[in-house]
Design a protein around this ligand. Structure first.
Ligand code: RP5
Length: 159
């Protein structure tokens, strides 16, 4: 079976952030297909990816972009597969531009928007896993174990 989660990003420069989503999913044993797809620089690749996502077998798409971050919304416009948007922290506006570009979708075309930057990318991976876990009891157990380990790792007092 191919990967159920696609991670797409607008640029190579987004990988430092978006790799957090891949890492979270890898820890949970979820395969990913990672690609660079730019809404502006590679529009034909964007259309091919989004229109082919269902046939490719993806169940969740994580899309990250920065600045004029049109990638998540444009992907969502061409597929019914859930799209999770990650606003990459831009240099000029610290990701406020990315966040607003991704979150303010018109009614009818949803993008589940996460926090700006690495926390958002990690949470996009975890949320994608939680979506898949609805049909995968073993993955649900791994998610519960991940959360329990996280809780265990929090010290009572600072060292
Ligand atoms: C966006 O422009 C990308 O998602 C990236 O966050 C930003 C800057 O891209 P580069 O100039 O670093 O390639 O399309």
């Amino acid at each position: 079976m191919g990967a159920l989660v696609a991670i797409v990003m607008g640029s190579q420069s987004d990988w430092a952030t978006m790799s957090r989503a891949a890492e979270a999913l890898e820890k949970l044993g979820v395969d990913t297909d990672v690609r660079i797809v730019s809404a502006h620089r590679t529009p034909d690749r964007l259309v091919d990816f989004a229109k082919g996502a269902e046939t490719a077998g993806f169940k969740v798409i994580i899309a990250g972009a920065g600045g004029a971050a049109h990638l998540p919304g444009m992907v969502a416009s061409m597929t019914h597969i859930p799209v999770l948007g990650v606003p990459v922290q831009s240099k000029a506006l610290s990701g406020q531009d990315s966040l607003l570009s991704i979150v303010q979708m018109p009614a009818g075309i949803p993008v589940g928007t996460l926090a700006i930057g690495e926390a958002g990318a990690t949470n996009a991976g975890l949320l994608a896993a939680a979506i898949l876990a609805g049909n995968d009891p073993a993955l649900a157990e791994r998610l519960k174990a991940y959360r329990a380990a996280q809780t265990q790792a929090v010290a009572e007092r600072p060292s």
